[in-house]
Design a protein. Structure first.
Lengths: 317, 317
């Protein structure tokens, strides 16, 4: 079996085990449809479970117990879904994983409460693990919210620099992947230095992941992405492409966005002005930086983590 | 010093220590005003800190360590404020503790994120305490959300029975006071039976508390309550008064509410039909039931808890 097919089989297994775990979460149906129906709807969604996969791959490298990794993997997936449900309200996103988002299928109140529930269940999934796991999990959950706050703050602010953007996605996206890799190692036998390196691995991958996300928001396949594209740029959110475009030639860019543009217009602008290729280069750089954190690990430990970084770089969903 | 003034002094001390603790929570101002300003605003609010007070009184009865009680007290107060911020959005409440609620001062997105932040910080406040504390805290947080879901589900449903109403407030309000009393004991030296009794003490007090709340919603002093009164009845929420009125004479009640009524109309209806006194009797019954859970404790242990139950029964805020 080739390395790639072995890896693919391995992560498929983690994904299906995670889905099984999610489906076993007890949702008390008695009198509480308002609360639990939307939660069940979210848990059946077609996420790629990339965060639990990273917990498992990192944990396996450090010989963590599979049951503990499963608990932590479920927790990070729930945390992720909590933030999606609430962010979709805040960002007016009507689709998620190819289906109506919770607030558009039901309403805002339902979605607020469903998100809260997902978050609480994530905490319950951590019970019994080392306290440091719960601590790091919640420290990073706070950073994710800080990042979302900064993201909202940045809307319509055309003075945001690339440096500020990196701070924002560092908190909102990268620290989350960082803590997934870190938690895996914390549940195994890892030195402090190794756990710090695992955080850095996930963190840099997370920066690459978000920049790739901004690219896919313009160049992705709507079907594979399961959401309507171009909405971030339309809502005047700061993305890597708009910042690169502005930093390259702010006059030309502000003239271009003066009136409504189609997705194709954006594609053309970012391609002909080499913004797209610059952003792709950034993705590559951050993935390479992430891989440096694996240098001190044995080949056996790092093999799947290395392949995971490939997955992030090449994803088209 | 009389028993009452000793008690009042004691809970004032707990309240001021709790406020001090809340004011020390590090709120990172760098780039994150969108996220932290509303959180700071909430923490400066004029809550009575009744939940931390219960944690401390119970914990002191069981010789828990003050520092641990402070952590747990801060956590329950944060959890409480998280649920207020989100519930105010869901229930369209524009005032809280005499000030604009977060979503009406800022907007819905800001309030969602602020609530999320309060909840995450509550989890961080529990780090280092026994795992059972975090477990019970989150189990009950889930019940609180279930209760809020049931409450939303019950809106406009005029078939809700008193029994169903008790289930709803049991989850939404009573279990929370229950867990405050339970956590105090868990942090001290208590048998399983004693902790279960402390939960029952808080739980029954919580039922009394919510029924009293429904009464104050009609008969309270708007200034002391710090919110506009009558909104629950106007929004066609199920309260103990509307259910008692319906169960007493559903035809008369449905005729009465056919057209818009003033707060004074409601007051008159509930008084002349003895609904008010029935509800007050219920408060007394649940407080007495709560006090039964104190029977097996020594007088020294139960003294302040008994006085706390007086406070709940007689509160006018």
């Amino acid at each position: 079996m080739s390395d790639t097919s072995e890896f693919n089989e391995h992560i498929s297994f983690i994904q299906s085990q995670t889905n099984k775990g999610l489906s076993k979460i007890p949702l008390n149906p008695n009198l509480t449809q308002y609360f639990y129906d939307p939660i069940a709807y979210v848990l059946k969604g077609k996420g790629k479970r990339l965060r639990p996969v990273l917990v498992h791959l990192s944990g396996q490298a450090f010989k963590a117990h599979p049951d503990e990794l499963m608990k932590a993997g479920i927790a990070v997936e729930l945390l992720h879904n909590f933030s999606l449900v609430h962010d979709d309200i805040m960002d007016n996103d009507s689709k998620r994983h190819g289906l109506p988002s919770v607030h558009s299928k039901w309403d805002t109140s339902t979605a607020i409460l469903a998100g809260d529930g997902l978050f609480i269940i994530s905490q319950l999934s951590l019970i019994g693990l080392k306290p440091i796991v719960s601590q790091r999990f919640n420290e990073i959950a706070l950073e994710v919210c800080e990042g979302q706050g900064i993201d909202k703050q940045f809307e319509n602010d055309n003075s945001i620099t690339m440096e500020q953007y990196i701070v924002m996605i560092g908190k909102k996206t990268a620290s989350f992947l960082g803590v997934c890799a870190e938690i895996g190692s914390l549940l195994g036998i890892a030195t402090e230095d190794e756990s710090a390196k695992m955080f850095q691995f996930g963190f840099n991958l997370g920066l690459a992941f978000q920049i790739k996300d901004d690219l896919l928001e313009i160049y992705g396949d709507e079907k594979k992405m399961g959401k309507s594209l171009g909405s971030d740029v339309d809502e005047n959110k700061q993305t890597v492409l708009t910042i690169l475009a502005r930093e390259q030639d702010s006059k030309k860019w502000s003239q271009f966005i003066q009136d409504d543009k189609s997705l194709q217009d954006y594609k053309n602008y970012f391609s002909t002005n080499k913004i797209q290729s610059k952003a792709e280069k950034l993705v590559e750089n951050y993935v390479n930086k992430a891989r440096k954190s694996l240098d001190s690990l044995s080949q056996e430990k790092s093999k799947f983590l290395y392949q995971y970084s490939n997955l992030i770089m090449k994803r088209n969903f």
